[in-house]
Design a protein around this ligand. Structure first.
Ligand code: ZN
Length: 245
């Protein structure tokens, strides 16, 4: 089987505005996420792109070749061009995998695919997050113990305004008492979508071994299993196979 073409899309704004973020991710958050995928040693061909590139680096030609797209965004969701969102949505419906990270719960593409507000409650207080595995048999949880912890993260709490996940892989508990559905699987058309919660920009979360393992597992899980290029046109009208009298 040929290598999976995996692209990490990064908003790449905090890294240029916030010294603390730049110190943790000097090459950008997208680069650290991509590095984790490379170091996972799996059959991935990994590249990155950012909001600042023409067409955000997601031209028709490039998107057509992507097997799994990973998306991190936060303060510039509104700067993502609607025509690119349309294009990504079309590819997901055809069968491309999509992994949505952390604050990308509010990205245009995730809200579009969910059809709900995707709102949640949150707090930045350097608190511990414990991610519990809901189904140890799920491929995205492969190699993860009963739970794993991140010493400092932003809190996301319920209610999380998303459709009921088709499979629940993780639930997070936070030191302050909240819980959150933090590893959620969906299908839209032929495409698989995984939402994974951790990854606030001021913490070194994307260097964490367990987080990296989950993202690599999610890429393998979301790989295309069949592509249907729906032309959505009137030319689909068909003559009957049998005479109708
Ligand atoms: Zn955050």
């Amino acid at each position: 089987m040929s290598k999976l073409n995996v692209v990490v899309w990064g908003e790449n704004v905090h890294e240029h505005r916030d010294e603390r973020v730049r110190e943790i991710y000097p090459e950008g958050m997208h680069a650290a996420i991509a590095q984790g995928l490379v170091e996972a040693g799996r059959d991935f061909d990994v590249s990155t792109t950012t909001l600042q590139e023409p067409e955000h680096g997601l031209t028709e030609e490039r998107l057509a070749k992507i097997d799994v797209l990973i998306w991190w965004g936060h303060i510039a969701h509104r700067d993502v061009d609607d025509s690119v969102v349309d294009r990504v949505q079309k590819r997901v419906l055809e069968g491309m995998g999509l992994v949505i990270l952390h604050s990308a719960h509010f990205s245009k593409i995730f809200k579009r695919l969910m059809g709900t507000s995707c709102s949640l409650s949150w707090r930045e207080a350097d608190e511990k997050e414990r991610l519990w595995v809901c189904n140890p048999g799920h491929p995205i949880a492969a190699g993860i113990d009963r739970y794993f912890e991140l010493e400092q993260e932003e809190m996301y709490g319920e209610p999380f305004a998303v459709p009921e996940p088709e499979e629940q892989v993780f639930i997070s508990w936070f030191q302050g008492g909240e819980v959150f559905r933090s590893g959620n699987c969906y299908r839209r058309g032929n495409g698989k979508i995984f939402y994974f919660r951790p990854g606030h920009e001021t913490y070194p979360t994307y260097y964490d071994e367990n987080v990296r393992r989950v993202i690599a597992n999610a890429v393998e899980w979301a790989r295309p299993e069949g592509i249907w290029q729906d032309h959505q046109g009137c030319e689909n009208r068909k003559e009957p196979l049998e005479p109708l009298g």
